[in-house]
Design a protein around this ligand. Structure first.
Ligand code: ZN
Ligand code: FE
Length: 256
């Protein structure tokens, strides 16, 4: 069993504390800053053994050095970007396994947002930690990769089971959803989801995690095959990469 604690830090980041119940091994995913992690560990009475980094951006690795100093923990991160991960001790890539005690995660290489971005999939726990690749109702910006790379990355995450919980690294859902509705105004599942998202945000509650099945039905970046999305973009009948690329480009300049 994998116990997951969700921490909201900085303006819109989520940091996740993971505890493998069988072994008592504890990890933290993308510690943006050290203080809230140290405070949460103290509150829970948990040690810290591992930092799991998805990519090199400061709002994901900002806590590495202080947490290593405070706890002696190790760092697992992307092999393709090992030089940019502070304190990295274990570099992994596509298809490799990371063991947090007895909880096993499969690693995916998911370049696009950055050139070396990984995701951790804990199959038994039905939990995907995907950093800034797949967001609730959105996807990461293409800072260092191409639309082809990002679509390939998202396609492989999309193929996981529908009951997979998507633990992304930011609370961007409401603004993502406004864009999604502009792309697919007739999507009833999206309309219903946005009512729920608006309600949760009005109550200061997280909208993360979602499930992959919800994303299949409502996230335009997983839906380049949607006739309505294609029509909005005037790309009816075009290929998946082309529709995805146009959706991403439209989002980059969208003002909702
Ligand atoms: Zn990032
Ligand atoms: Fe980020």
């Amino acid at each position: 069993m994998l116990h997951i604690e969700q921490l909201a830090v900085l303006s819109d980041n989520y940091v996740y504390l993971l505890r493998d119940a069988a072994s008592g091994t504890v990890g933290v995913v993308d510690p943006a800053e050290p203080e809230p992690v140290v405070a949460a560990l103290a509150r829970l009475g948990w040690p810290l053994h591992w930092i799991l980094n998805t990519h090199h951006h400061p709002d994901h690795v900002g806590g590495n050095e202080a947490l290593i100093e405070a706890t002696g923990c190790k760092v697992v991160g992307p092999r393709a970007d090992a030089a940019r991960i502070p304190g990295i001790s274990l570099a992994l890539g596509e298809g490799e396994e990371f063991a947090l005690g007895e909880s096993k995660a499969r690693v995916f290489d998911v370049p696009g947002h950055t050139r070396g971005h990984i995701a951790f999939w804990f199959a038994e726990a039905k939990a995907l930690f995907c950093g800034d690749t797949l967001f609730a109702l959105g996807c990461g910006r293409l800072f260092e990769g191409t639309p082809t790379q990002m679509w390939d990355s998202l396609s492989r995450l999309k193929a996981l089971p529908g009951d997979t919980r998507v633990f992304c690294a930011h609370e961007y859902t409401q603004s993502n959803g406004r864009f999604a509705l502009a792309m697919e105004p007739g999507n009833a599942a999206l309309q219903a989801r946005m009512r729920e998202v608006d309600g949760r945000r009005a109550a200061s509650q997280p909208t993360v995690p979602s499930t992959l099945a919800e994303e299949w039905a409502t996230n335009p970046f997983l839906r380049p095959d949607s006739p309505e999305l294609q029509a909005t973009l005037a790309l009816t009948g075009h290929g998946m990469v082309e529709v995805f690329a146009a959706t991403r480009a439209r989002k980059d300049t969208f003002r909702g």
